[in-house]
Design a protein around this ligand. Structure first.
Ligand code: AMP
Ligand code: MG
Length: 423
């Protein structure tokens, strides 16, 4: 009798696969952001998400000052043609204002950042002057009001400067400091519990440096997950390696849902293993097992276990990372209250041929670089197996190839998602 073949990831086209965009939308609809807030010291707030709009308590600049080293004058003293000589009353240094009023026919030497003395509105840069004794000579080439930074020109008191939902970056920390603000109201930290599943896994905690037995491997996913979670600023709860038994799985999920806002597991969601995991989860929560139209990372479980959100990622190490970046990271950011959720994508010219069959979106590992002509090019890291974590280490981006494409030829434009940005 002929074998009744089931759909598998080997199939070129699997009609029942869920498109990634659809999965992203369904996940977004499930996630509810945290509402509790905490107030933290400024430096501790880096990477946290602002919970209430921040208004500036002061004008920036706080006082009208010079943008250049030169001479502060009144614009009515600028000659139309020729030159004029003005009497220099003294010098203003940054932080050392001059408390005399400057009258017509007078000037004050002023340094960058120095407070503009009363009666002046223009700075003639020192390179455009000549000094003779107590006098300075200027010509009419400076426009009235030039080289002056007006009080409140950058920010005015009461203006909203950081919106709720902003994840704080170094520029925000500096901006808040410049306003005299030393603490920030942010959304509380998320707690994320994570574990690995698989009887073949040997944890580093007990097996680092030891020889593996036949069929055994070191558990790496937990360490990758820990590292990706650390970067997102969440509190991590490591529940170790969980054996492939209904009892151990049940216990892990109960412990995780008691402690965490989100649970992430790796492994155990592909066909053949999902059965007991899914029956355990059917009892404890509401979880759907998806087959996604993507590579790597076809199987994925998603839903709720108790009050916690749950992501059951595939076991293969590259699939773990890709599924994390595409689904878990935006979900964590959404829970954190963050308004900017997705990673930026750029167009790049592909230098290598990329093999792919149509039907699933592919996330291949690439190395991009921007040439002196400003053109960004990308090339493959080589073999793309989902277990080949070294390909992620060689790469500096994912090359995202749309589901309907059947490969990429050298010279074709592709989309890339860089791993690191300027933050
Ligand atoms: P699974 O989805 O459980 O069938 O796992 C697929 C494959 O991923 C397994 O055959 C392992 O080789 C690998 N794998 C699963 N979990 C881990 C882990 N925690 N660390 C490293 N590799 C893993
Ligand atoms: Mg497994």
């Amino acid at each position: 009798m002929a074998i009744d073949k089931q759909p598998s990831c080997d199939d070129v086209f699997e009609p029942e696969l869920l498109p990634v965009s659809e999965a992203v939308e369904r996940m977004a609809a499930q996630i509810t952001p945290v509402t509790e807030t905490v107030t933290v010291p400024l430096r501790q707030s880096l990477g946290w998400v602002v919970a209430a709009p921040v208004e500036s308590p002061i004008d920036v600049p706080a006082y009208t000052n010079s943008a250049m080293d030169g001479y502060a004058i009144h614009s009515s003293d600028l000659p139309g043609d020729g030159e004029r000589s003005l009497r220099v009353l003294g010098t203003v240094w940054a932080g050392k204002p001059l408390n005399t009023e400057v009258k017509a026919g007078q000037a004050v030497r002023i340094m960058t950042g120095g407070m503009m003395p009363t009666g002046t509105d223009t700075v003639v840069i020192q390179e455009h002057t000549s000094v003779a004794g107590d006098n300075v000579r200027i010509d009419g080439s400076t426009a009235p009001g030039k080289n002056v930074r007006m009080a409140g020109e950058d920010i005015s008191a009461g203006e909203s400067i950081i919106e709720a939902g902003t994840q704080l970056e170094p520029a925000h920390i500096g901006l808040l400091a410049s306003l005299g603000i030393d603490q920030v109201k942010v959304y509380r930290q998320l707690k994320v519990a994570f574990f690995s599943t698989g009887d073949e896994l040997r944890p580093l905690e007990t097996h680092a440096g030891k020889t593996l037995g036949p069929g055994e491997l070191f558990d790496s996913n937990r360490h990758t997950l820990f590292s990706m979670l650390e970067r997102l600023g969440v509190e991590t709860i490591d529940l170790g390696v969980v054996a492939d038994t209904p009892e151990a799985t049940r216990e892990a999920f109960i412990s995780a849902s008691d402690q965490a806002d989100m649970i992430i597991s790796s492994g155990g969601v592909s066909a053949g293993q999902a059965d007991f995991v899914s029956s355990t989860l059917a009892e404890l929560g509401d979880v759907t097992f998806w087959k996604l139209a993507m590579r790597p990372g076809r199987p994925l479980a998603c839903g709720k276990v108790g009050k916690a959100h749950f992501f059951g990622l595939p076991g293969n190490p590259v699939a773990v990372m890709v599924a994390f970046y595409e689904f878990v990271q935006p979900s964590i950011k959404r829970m954190q209250g963050c308004s900017r959720l997705t990673a930026p994508r750029f167009a790049a010219k592909c230098e290598t041929k990329l093999r792919k069959s149509p039907g699933r979106i592919e996330y291949q590992r690439g190395i991009f670089e921007t040439g002196p002509d400003g053109m960004t090019t990308v090339r493959s890291t080589g073999k793309q197996g989902a277990g080949r974590l070294s390909s992620m280490c060689m790469a500096n981006c994912l090359i995202v190839i749309a589901a309907d494409k059947d490969g990429v030829e050298p010279g074709d434009m592709v989309q890339i998602e860089p791993f690191h940005g300027l933050v």
